[in-house]
Design a protein around this ligand. Structure first.
Ligand code: B1M
Length: 222
């Protein structure tokens, strides 16, 4: 269908050019043309944002380009999300993630990219923002029946809050309910192992791969 292909092309270009208005207009055109919102999301928004994430990892593009494109994707995603039926959302859902930057820390660029990549990969994500008090991670995770808690920390002082949240989960006797993933510049695999986190991801792409591996494990055990 030439019309559908042209709309996907418009959506892709809007992400690559970080054009929010065009992303919204192209998403609306996709719905008006009767396209499946999930298929349009995958081909029109998810694929190009993944390509940009990989280009960023290869140092081929600069950070502002990736951040602006991630925000553009969120603008277009809002239009498509409204149209997704409950059934379609269930089909796309690989897990419910509660994520934020830990208390005392206001860095949010990396976390926002992780959120955009997880959403585009089919996760339901509750983004708590920055400077998030530890009990809020747990309260929202319990309220939303989340299975994954993600914590970002960019300072060597605030990364200690990642350890504190794991201790709090233990104390409350609910540690095993959650798959806990940590990230942020000072975090390492060794740090994640030492605090008993389930996973560490160096970047947003790795976070998606790691949670996808978890989703496959959960499905194969079910
Ligand atoms: Co700040 N800052 N900063 N800063 N800042 C760093 C982190 C620092 C390393 C700079 C330096 O000194 N070289 C340093 C920390 C030193 C340390 O503790 N080891 C630092 C400092 C000291 C500070 C202040 C204390 C400065 C001051 O006020 N004296 C202050 C702290 C404020 C606070 O939080 N309380 C501060 C403030 C700021 C700004 C507000 C100016 C700004 C943040 C703006 C914003 O986020 N809205 C800022 C910035 C931009 C930086 C640097 C330059 C860049 C961070 C960034 O956005 N990187 C940073 C230097 C650096 O990191 N080299 C620095 C790009 C981003 C894509 O990468 O965030 O690492 P990143 O995210 C990656 C991965 O880490 C991973 O995936 C992301 C995408 O691929 N990832 C996850 C991140 N979270 C994840 C979660 C996951 C999985 C993967 O699962 C849950």
């Amino acid at each position: 269908m030439a019309e559908h292909e042209a709309i996907i092309e418009r959506m892709r270009d809007s992400i690559l050019e970080a054009d929010d208005d065009e992303a919204v207009a192209a998403a609306e055109a996709a719905l008006a043309a009767g396209m499946d919102p999930l298929a349009a999301l995958e081909a029109g928004f998810s694929e190009p944002i993944r390509e940009l994430g990989e280009a960023f990892n290869r140092l081929e593009i600069f950070l502002p380009q990736l951040v602006l494109s991630a925000r553009t994707m969120q603008a277009g995603l809002k239009v498509l999300e409204r149209a997704l039926t409950t059934a379609a959302r269930e089909a796309a859902r690989k897990g419910v993630v509660v994520i934020g930057t830990v208390e005392g820390d206001i860095h949010d660029i990396g976390k926002t990219i992780v959120v955009a990549m997880l959403r585009s990969a089919g996760y339901e994500v509750h983004d708590l923002g920055t400077d998030v008090p530890l009990p809020q991670f747990i309260n929202v995770a319990e309220q939303t029946h989340a299975d994954i808690i993600g914590m970002s920390a960019l300072l060597s002082t605030t990364m200690l809050r990642q350890r504190d949240l794991l201790e709090l989960l233990q104390l409350k006797g609910i540690r095993d309910k959650y798959f806990v993933i940590v990230g942020g510049a000072p975090a390492t695999q060794a740090w994640a192992d030492s605090i008993g986190a389930n996973a560490f991801a160096r970047d947003a792409h790795e976070a998606v791969l790691c949670l996808n591996a978890r989703a496959r494990n959960v499905t194969s055990r079910a």
